[in-house]
Ligand binder design. Sequence first.
Ligand SMILES: Nc1ncnc2c1ncn2[C@@H]1O[C@H](COP(=O)(O)OP(=O)(O)OP(=O)(O)O)[C@@H](O)[C@H]1O
Ligand SMILES: [Mg+2]
Length: 143
Amino acid sequence: MQSIPCQIQREVDVYVAMSRARELALAVGFTAVDRTRIEIVILELTRNLLVHAGGGTLTLTRLSDPLRGSGLAVTAVDTGPGIADVTLALQDGYSTAHTLGAGLPGVRRLMDEFSIDSTVGVGTCVRAVKWLTPPQRSVRYEY
Ligand SMILES: Nc1ncnc2c1ncn2[C@@H]1O[C@H](COP(=O)(O)OP(=O)(O)OP(=O)(O)O)[C@@H](O)[C@H]1O
Ligand SMILES: [Mg+2]
């Protein structure tokens, strides 16, 4: 599995991560729409690292799963203050920075898999995965 770690400490690092993600998403074979979704996710997670955690590491990983096929995982890890109430943080409009509060819920909607592991005083790990072929959301029976 190919993994690209990107240190996010300054504004300019966001654009470097975006460009690496764009290259990787193209190499995996994502459509233009999915590549845009992935870019938005990178933007939101890197901005959260800078605004809420004083920086961290964003890692892009190319996935290859025998059942799910090809995919891309985006992991944002920091040793910032952590999130006291993850359920609240995932609600649309919740923000401790008095901004839109659209980042985390947006990331969850744009990707196929999403998880947050956060401990107050220790840090936060957000992981989101996009598969090349989206999961079947409904079962269709053909006779
Ligand atoms: N890496 C992080 N470390 C600590 N707290 C975080 C982190 N990421 C998000 N949060 C908390 O979760 C809340 C919701 O995050 P979200 O990205 O949805 O909104 P926002 O960053 O406040 O606003 P927006 O992303 O719309 O500009 C944040 O206000 C913050 O309290
Ligand atoms: Mg945000």
